[in-house]
Design a protein around this ligand. Structure first.
Ligand SMILES: [Zn+2]
Length: 337
């Protein structure tokens, strides 16, 4: 039995709840559709959230696919999945709330604050405090794409176990940022991992498939489901740090490498050129690593972030993890999904 949004969800039930989350200016109520699956057997409660940034929609599709996953219905304990947290942003195809605040900087929020603070407060009090662990689904920003990766605090061993179990090729350890959902979880002692994959306003099949598989893998790791052992499970590589390679000048950017590539210090990654100039400026890798994020927009200004490069202690292991992931995805992608 799980008590949430004024409902009692009984063991063995799968329900969709629609708690009010705010109002439009015409006073129409906005709700936040939430899938709750409670198994017949006892176990932990795991939360999956998507679209806290309203333009990051891969997670919306990841949660939709949980509806059809037979393993999701066999959970021990309860699975709560919220495909659209920032309902306002999703409607506007925007990362932000209507008052231009970033919901993922408003946590833990307050009952009497701004719209973002109130939404964050509702999520903290009525959702986060009811769960044992959470997975928050994100993508890169507009014009930036991310290799599927998990962001996790290096100081939280339970979150690190979830991060490794998820099975994205790269786990990036990153310090907690003030105001984020992940930070709010940490303050409550609830492990939260962030999945970052693909680009804003795009569905990306490998990111979606890896996201669904990742949720399943974490459910398995925390004992909520049992599935057959798969040969193709990815052993993620953990990156203790990462940095951006920035544009050396203004102009038009084109890349000669790609997301997921292993790069070595001194490699030419791409070029920035003028529209009618014969000369062009090479973008040279200042250090070695794996490209885990990449700018997609040709028009760039000097200093603009172009390549997000993760650094590893053993980069060959990371390269192997990415290669295996990409090979697995090639096998699994079916356009009819
Ligand atoms: Zn995001």
């Amino acid at each position: 039995m799980l008590s949430i949004f004024g409902h009692e969800v009984r063991a063995g039930d799968m329900v969709v709840l629609e708690p009010p989350i705010g109002k439009l200016l015409g006073h129409d109520t906005i709700t936040m559709p939430t899938l709750v699956i409670c198994g017949k057997r006892k176990g932990p409660t795991l939360l999956v959230t998507a679209a806290i940034h309203g333009d990051e929609i891969n997670g919306v599709e990841i949660v939709r696919r949980l509806l059809y996953a037979s393993w999701a219905r066999r959970v021990r304990g309860c699975l709560i999945a919220i495909p659209i947290v920032n309902v306002f942003g999703v409607m506007q195809r925007s990362r932000y709330l209507p008052d231009r605040r970033d919901l993922n900087r408003c946590f833990p929020g307050s009952a009497s604050g701004s719209l973002g603070a109130r939404m964050a407060h509702f999520l903290t009090e009525d959702v986060l405090k009811k769960v044992d662990m959470a997975i928050d689904l994100h993508t890169g920003a507009i014009g930036r794409t991310n290799l599927p990766q998990i962001r996790v605090s290096p100081d939280n061993p339970t979150a690190m176990e979830m991060a490794l179990a998820f099975g994205a090729p790269v786990v990036l350890t990153s310090e907690l940022k003030e105001g984020t959902f992940r930070n709010a979880g940490d303050a409550l002692g609830i492990p939260v991992i962030t999945y970052e994959a693909g680009e804003a306003l795009r569905y990306d099949q490998p990111s979606i498939i890896a996201g669904v598989n990742g949720v399943r893998n974490v459910l398995e790791q925390v004992g909520m489901i049992r599935t057959r052992v798969r040969k193709k499970k990815i052993q993620p590589a953990v990156a203790p740090s990462s940095s951006w390679v920035r544009s050396p000048t203004d102009g038009f950017f084109r890349t000669v490498t790609q997301l997921g590539a292993r790069i070595r210090k001194g490699d030419i990654l791409g070029y920035v050129s003028g529209p009618l100039k014969m000369d062009e400026t090479a973008i040279v890798a200042p250090f070695s690593g794996i490209i885990v994020g990449q700018n997609q927009i040709p028009q760039v200004y000097e200093g603009e972030a172009l390549y997000h490069v993760a650094r590893f202690e053993r980069v060959t292991e990371a390269e192997a993890a990415v290669d295996k992931f990409q090979a697995t995805m090639t096998d699994m992608i079916d356009i009819r999904d």
